[in-house]
Design a protein around this ligand. Sequence first.
Ligand SMILES: *Cc1c(COP(=O)(O)O)cnc(C)c1O
Length: 402
Amino acid sequence: MTPITRDQFDDVMMPNYAPGKIIPVRGAGSHVWDQAGREYVDFAGGIAVNVLGHAHPALVEALTTQGQALWHLSNVMTNEPAIELARKLTELTFADKVFFCSSGAEANEAALKLARRHAFVHFGPDKHEIISTLGSFHGRTLFTVSVGGQAKYKEGFEPTPGGISHVPFNDLEALRGQISARTAAVILEPIQGEGGVTPATQAYLEGARQLCDEHNALLIFDEVQCGVGRTGKMYAYQQFGVIPDILSSAKALGGGFPIGAMLCTDAVAPSLAFGTHGSTYGGNPLACAVSLAVLDELTKPSVLDNVTHKAERFRAGLAAINAQFGLFQEVRGMGLLIGIELTPQWHGRAKDIVGAALEEGLMMLVAGPNVLRFAPSLIIPDADIDKGLAHLTAAIANLTGH
Ligand SMILES: *Cc1c(COP(=O)(O)O)cnc(C)c1O
């Protein structure tokens, strides 16, 4: 067999991605190794997915045990892991019912379809409008890019579905001005992730809840990125105490195995009646068994409690780096979803810093052109936090020449 190289990607893969020049082959905890055996500290977590790091023994165990028992059946039959996972999710959240799928976009697709259908069933076809926010990201299907508030993801794919509007995020008056009797749902990320790691304000989420109630509109929280322990609570809405009607979850839910879920209350669940929606892989026993293991680990007392402590360690380290170089304008986010906005002189250069960090042995992310992003494992050891931040320091020193 000829060795696999990065160049081969361009020969056989669609050009919609431009992966980095290394090829990782192995991971353990918060470390990854490439083909050359070079070690990297992982602050990216597979984009807020590997919530328990790489090759966590409990997840490997769940995967192999279920893999030897039963992989797949389709929804013509149910299975034990799916029911058990749904029960666990309803115990851990406001939700009464769960729909499983395989990704965040699909979880949002289900949420949005449920909201439209619920309005249709109870109020008729005129109540179909969806209000979203500028800067939001909800996935890459045609419906979810249409609802998402970033023009670049829609360009060239028009015409997009109608009945969708966008208002500025964290601007309650703008939402008040847009919502009406025709509104079926308002969809919000409690922390805008891709849009720059911007948390909603308490007043905004409370106000959105109230406006939805006044207009018989459903409130959807997209927690695909900020959910599953990332903020130190199982879901971010629990930090705010504002309860949605529908919540979408994915990314960290499977700890790296593809799974998504749409959670909702008993008041709205009946609107997705028999035959109205489906997904072949949704509720796949292998995915559900791994997800159950993720939730079992995360609900151990030490894990979520430690998120705040680890976040503080990151923030202290970032403050020290900024004292030296002064290129961070603001460090924001919640828990271990951390956004670092660069000063105006560095705007547009977040990617350069991520590239320089990779050279030093650190994997990290951007959130738009001006913001660096960390979404590490929630159980990253303190020593790895320090080591990764030292790599970042070296990368910035290289770029700035100090
Ligand atoms: C990543 C993300 C999605 C899309 O999830 P996929 O699994 O890539 O389809 C949707 N919403 C938010 C907030 C996300 O961060």
